[in-house]
Ligand binder design. Structure first.
Ligand SMILES: NC(=O)c1ccc[n+]([C@@H]2O[C@H](COP(=O)([O-])OP(=O)(O)OC[C@H]3O[C@@H](n4cnc5c(N)ncnc54)[C@H](OP(=O)(O)O)[C@@H]3O)[C@@H](O)[C@H]2O)c1
Length: 247
């Protein structure tokens, strides 16, 4: 997939919802999806960051995006349903969801992690991706080749000390992927996969590995071939998979 070269119009006419669209991998994917023709629905907490991505897409000549300032930590079924209805009303369709938003506190031994922190970690990193996908399901099922990408984490796949509730939530996404893909079946729509980026030079990386030079790991842009491949119709046969980016 590293060498995947998408056609310029891979996502023309499609609508893709991206969570965590204001920074890091979500921002890079939003720009890449728009460059390939998608109308991107940008979701994040910070409106100023979403506006900056909105402006960048327009400046690059991409289709006008939509912005959804929304806090996934306080998500509930009713507001998620309203969000899905708003997408249906204004954008008319939904062909994919990239769940890139995440909540991280710090690397800490389990005995120092609190119930409140775990509740937030589970809500943002596991429950919200499930509930948002569920709310969007009727819309996704109307599209021809809909694709849902959960963003996993190496330490959810290979658990290790100090990643605590973050790793537990991320490993839950892998189970969610397999359960959902099994329910949807071999030809099911949407197809659901988890993508594990590996180390990437973003804000998160600077918090988990302070002092490590960002140029020692991949940039968010380096990973866009995977993000484009999995969201577009070329990966039609990939479903229920845990895909690890290898740069
Ligand atoms: N960077 C890495 O090395 C690495 C490695 C493995 C996996 N990943 C995964 O890749 C994904 C993206 O990571 P990143 O490094 O790009 O992170 P990032 O730059 O920190 O971006 C995270 C985004 O999540 C949004 N967000 C956080 N809490 C939210 C909430 N409650 N509601 C809505 N949005 C919220 C933030 O939006 P606001 O700023 O608007 O709050 C921000 O735009 C994550 O799922 C992460 O686990 C990253």
């Amino acid at each position: 997939m590293k060498d995947y070269t998408p056609r310029p119009d891979l996502l023309a006419g499609r609508v893709i919802l991206v969570t965590g669209a204001g920074s890091g991998l979500g921002r890079a994917a939003s720009l890449a999806y728009a460059r390939h023709g998608a109308t991107v629905a940008l979701l994040g907490r910070n409106e100023a960051k979403l506006e900056a991505v909105y402006d960048e897409i327009l400046a690059a000549g991409g289709p006008e995006p939509a912005m959804f300032p929304y806090d996934l930590a306080t998500a509930d079924d009713r507001s998620l349903e309203t969000l899905a209805n708003t997408i249906a009303h204004h954008l008319k369709r939904l062909d994919g969801v990239l769940h890139s938003a995440h909540q991280f506190f710090s690397l800490t031994p389990l005995h120092l992690q609190t119930l409140e922190q775990w509740q937030t970690l589970m809500r943002v990193n596991l429950i919200a991706p499930f509930a948002l996908t569920r709310a969007c399901l009727p819309l996704l099922q109307q599209a021809q080749d809909a694709s849902v990408i959960f963003t996993g984490e190496t330490h959810g796949h290979h658990p290790s000390a100090y990643w605590g509730g973050y790793a537990v939530a991320k490993s839950g996404l892998e189970t969610l992927t397999r359960v959902w893909a099994d329910e949807l079946g071999a030809d099911g729509n949407p197809r659901i996969n988890t993508l594990i980026p590996g180390p990437v030079a973003t804000t998160l990386r600077s918090r988990t590995h302070p002092g490590l030079a960002p140029e020692t790991v991949a940039s968010a842009d380096d990973l866009m071939p995977w993000y484009l491949y999995l969201i577009g119709a070329d990966s039609r046969a990939i479903r229920g998979q845990i895909v690890e980016c290898q740069t």
